[in-house]
Ligand binder design. Sequence first.
Ligand code: PMP
Length: 410
Amino acid sequence: MNKEIKKDFPILDQEIHGHRFTYLDSAATTQKPIAVLEAVNDYYKNYNANPHRGAYYLSEKSTEIYENTRTVVKEFIGAKNEKEIIFVKNATEAFNLLAHSYGMNFIKEGDEIVISVAEHHSNLVPWQQVAKAKGALLKYLYLDEEGIITEEEIANKITNKTKIVSVTHVSNVLGTIQPIKKIIEKAHSVGAVAFIDIAQSVPHMKIDVSQLDADAAVFSGHKMLAPMGIGVLYGKEELLEKMPPFMCGGDMIEYVTEQDTTFAELPNKFEGGTQNVEGAAGLTSAIQYLNEIGMDNVEQIEDELVSETLKRLEELPFVTVYGTKDTKKKSGVISFNVEGIHPHDVASILDSYGVAIRVGRHCAYPLLNYMGVNAGTCRVSFYIYNTMEDVEALIEGLKNTRKWLGYGSK
Ligand code: PMP
């Protein structure tokens, strides 16, 4: 199936440094299928105009494309209505919106904010800022050896003092799936709001935010086949209603006088300025593409790739894989190190074989510090267009890396 899917991604059909291109960095951003490229092109060719503003045909079409995406997203993630879907630039903007609009207004001195040590900086630095500004305490949920938040951590760290819990569903470093439902339930049992980072889960598995009962959920379109520059903040209507606007200006107002302003209703209250309609057109097309494959199939394709990669990595005695090796507990991300070789050297040598992987600290310094691997890790991440040939290229590339640096292939 993935071989057929791959044909929809022209960028993958090229040689890099004289080798077949192997793209293993989809957790950073995914490649885009022709359908998405065409949706963006079609928007500019036929419908471009500023949405929500003009009383003329193209502006109405542009508005229709933009608002239709809201409905498509609502259905894809199981939100209750369109008012709960706010378009933002990316997950980072969404967390900043939550931190500034909710955190800065509802957190008081002595309150506690709970996140996990596995957070991407976008769900960490904004809460540090809130905690510092308000005199609140930022507390961390730590991980077990498999890279998973334990029941004890959830029971002990989330207390009556906790006002916000903001946790990632899937770690962008380890790929581990966190017990997000239990965390949300515990947060609610102490009267806290629960925000979740689904940037690494919504592209890879079926997510239903209403069923999870999250108060807010955050993701970026570019990690799920859509263009860069469009992301989503899902928020329960009652939460978003009580939050003040984040960015002020055009389009988010109801009425403005010299000294005062009344704000637009949801969702426009949070969407100041000209919005990314081309991104919305691409996001609709991306979701349609994923729906056609079916999220169950997406999961299955990745499971097979991850199982095979883990099995093959296990056969290499010079490779250490971090976190669980149980594919049921992880998504399409694997972090590892190669004995005696700095991750950056691994990536550079693999690149010379046309294999693109991510190395470094993956915008998760506290996690890498907690894992005791401050030099960083090598990270491979998969998506629907990857094939077993890609796994083969990675394994051969790793053996060659060792040989290049004089270790032999064992
Ligand atoms: N959260 C997670 C789990 C991520 O993997 C990323 C991107 N690496 C982000 C948030 C931030 O996404 P963006 O850079 O698109 O804002």
